[in-house]
Design a protein around this ligand. Structure first.
Ligand SMILES: Cc1cc2nc3c(=O)[nH]c(=O)nc-3n(C[C@H](O)[C@H](O)[C@H](O)COP(=O)(O)O)c2cc1C
Length: 193
């Protein structure tokens, strides 16, 4: 009899602003007992240091497994390694372009490519503003190829007390897409009476 394995999600962080979103995703997945496989780009490391109180080594410590972005032999680079999907959070326009073109020259674009070919969940927290025609075209086409674009756009109706509430709500909605409930934000239940 085969034992059911823990659910397993690949988390990739790239050099778009919003490193805290990736960190909070890792914390939420840890609480939910999901096995995480983390890949950090060079520019993700830079934004983690600049934007947050975390050092990349603290972020790595939040994951069950960490893979070097240049290690194309890591398990996640093969479709034969079972995963329940991948989230790129935040996702730069450069990595979006690489995924769009299928140009797999690092472990993030390769693993995203694997998700699409294996028809697994791929969520791209694509962050840029304003958006050029190239960005919009890439987003449309990766959506057609099976991924979900989740721009980290706040829901103002939650009447957030601060940035942390907005981040928690966004992270909760991202993980909804994997059928996971962080229970870390209030859901819309109609107008407050
Ligand atoms: C502080 C900072 C913020 C950035 N924010 C964004 C952003 O929001 N979106 C984006 O596409 N690129 C952004 N960039 C540029 C990317 O880091 C750059 O394009 C990089 O090559 C992305 O590589 P990666 O996808 O391998 O991490 C930012 C760079 C820095 C230093």
């Amino acid at each position: 009899m085969t034992q059911a394995r823990r659910r397993r999600i690949v988390v990739a962080m790239t050099g778009a602003t919003g490193a805290i979103l990736g960190i909070k995703v890792l914390i939420a997945l840890r609480r939910l007992n999901i096995e995480t496989h983390l890949v950090l780009s060079k520019w993700a490391e830079a934004t983690i240091k600049y934007e947050t109180d975390y050092h990349p080594s603290n972020v790595r410590a939040l994951a069950d497994h960490v893979h070097n972005i240049n290690d194309m032999a890591a398990p996640v680079s093969s479709g034969s390694f079972h995963t329940d999907g991948m989230i790129v959070v935040p996702c730069s326009m450069k990595t979006l372009a690489a995924i769009h073109s299928g140009f797999c020259d690092d472990l993030i674009s390769r693993t995203a490519d694997v998700m699409l070919k294996e028809r697994r969940r791929l969520v791209l927290v694509a962050r840029e503003t304003p958006l050029s025609e190239i960005h919009l075209r890439n987003m449309l086409e990766v959506t057609r190829a099976g991924s979900i674009i989740f721009p980290p756009v706040p829901a103002y109706y939650i009447k957030a007390g601060g940035v942390e509430d907005l981040v928690d709500q966004s992270v909760g909605r991202m993980l909804d897409l994997f059928g996971l409930d962080t229970e870390g934000f209030e859901r819309w239940n109609g107008w407050e009476k």
